[in-house]
Design a protein around this ligand. Sequence first.
Ligand SMILES: [Zn+2]
Length: 197
Amino acid sequence: MAKPKRRYVCAACGSVSFRWQGQCADCGEWNTLSEEAPETAFSAKHDLSSGGRPLSFEALDAKGDMPVRRSTGLPEFDRALGGGLVPGSAVLMGGDPGIGKSTLLLQAAARIAQGGGNVVYVSGEEAAGQVRLRAERLGLAGAPVLLASATSVRDILTTLGGMEAPALVVIDLDPDHALRHDRGRAGYSQPGPRLSL
Ligand SMILES: [Zn+2]
């Protein structure tokens, strides 16, 4: 492991040196150098002091671009979402078993798919056949939803990563059977709204 470096900062001119000296080499003042908080192995590895991008600031009351929300086609659901789905956002939906979460999600998925959006529906709870039966019951079997049954995060991410970003990804899962989070894969973001259950 690399030995942490010490830094000495001149109180008069701010110049930094890596060894202590009685006189600052930059401004010539005497006894103005003092040790800065020593660099640790962690801070050496995670130095955030350079390489960033300058931010541009805005006034608090500046007119911002409001996100364009996408309607689910279900007015009450849209209202609960604050006006529809925000692209790039994730929504976590929960509730008691049997209150109709899966039905609601399937309806929203079908409406968005019927409106021309590319929609992926992953069921972690039911076989694809059961979801198809529900769609038939709801009269939505014709909606061009891409349906799959899976419980592995790795499988789902691999699949989504290999296709064009969908407008909506629904991951419908039984809280008692949480998704298997396989080791060694993290940090994936999908530029479409996501509904999980
Ligand atoms: Zn100095």
